[in-house]
Write a protein that binds this ligand. Sequence first.
Ligand code: FDA
Length: 396
Amino acid sequence: MENFDVAVIGAGAAGMMCAAVAGQRGLRVVLIDHATRLAEKIRISGGGRCNFTNRDAGPANYLSDNPRFCRSALARYTPQDFVALVKRHRIAFHEKHKGQLFCDASSEQIIDMLVAECEAGRVQWRRPVQVHEVRRGASFSISTSAGEIEARALVVATGGLSIPKIGATDFAYALARQFGLEIVEPRPALVPLTFTTSGWDPFAALSGLALEASVSTGAGKSRGEFLEDLLLTHRGLSGPAILQISSFWSLGQPLNIDLLPAFDAVEWLLAAKPGSKKQLVTQLSEKLPGRLAETWAQVHGVTPQTRLADLPDRQIRALGEGLNRWTITPAGTEGWRKAEVTGGGVSTSELSSASLEAKRVPGLHFIGEAVDVTGWLGGYNFQWAWASAVAAAQAL
Ligand code: FDA
């Protein structure tokens, strides 16, 4: 039997950060992970360059049943705090788009940085090690493939369900349930959306085509709207605009897509019509990728050769309104295999927002993606991992 002040299960972004900070506070920390490769999600993140935070991250960039829950942790460990750490480790980085900060060289640098921080905190590693059972008496008893571990506090940082092939498990939810804690049903988020074959047939051939669009869904507090790139795929839609909106979308709900944002397509087409010698497709191609212009005409029953001047206003209106207000209902998502993160998780109603400790189970903390706090695309999810980890570590 080994004794520690703190056991952290899950050596990903949140787990390493929490172990490092707790260790550097002088606590005896053991960090347990079942994967053979360390922090695989950090490694593959941001296309291998890790979008490690967002300069402007704030509570408004997160979804949760309780949108206020993330405030406390985010306020106490900010993007600037993480940037200071990155600078201390002399990792060069750049801003790419809308406050998103990426490593210049490789996401491995973030992993190396966290490992070095853990070393500075004399964190003891146990990996690859399976956790068989957790029991709670005066302290937490953890049965693992490397023997019994006893710890005064237990931090669960095993993440969500996305990308099962690199080691995602439902460990956090199972443990939460074991202790009678409520779970907000996990769902794939930041994920491409799919359509029924018949509905998507005309667009499937445009796979690979991208354009900027405004996409919205939902109403009231659960409404989301993003102006970003949209990517057509064989099975549906992807790209940043869709990944963002997918976190707001639920089955049966339509998406509203404006393919010509801030531009009135009907007015433009009607103004161009009198005396025009152009084919409709040629006219549309001034504002849209040519292949999309052609398909758009076809799905509205207009053959590619039809001239704009020969089209009745009524038909022009339908076609133009569709460009500004394309309403389509996805059939589903690409699922856990493609989801960047998990929506839902351990209910925030069960946790203290200051310490991430379970209110009904003293000493038990849940941090990172395991919790029902889901960030937008763009470095927000890592910022939540860092901030929730530090909040828990300072309370241990
Ligand atoms: P994380 O998943 O990082 O770590 C969980 C750890 O627990 C893993 O090491 C796993 O092996 C371990 N574990 C799981 N089950 C276990 C068990 N039963 N026993 C023991 N150990 C167990 N975010 C962002 O802000 N910027 C970005 O650029 C990207 N890019 C990106 C790309 C891709 C392809 C994906 C899939 C995701 C992203 N993300 C992202 C999201 C980001 O990776 C994610 O939100 C954080 O890694 C979450 O950190 P956690 O530490 O909570 O979980």
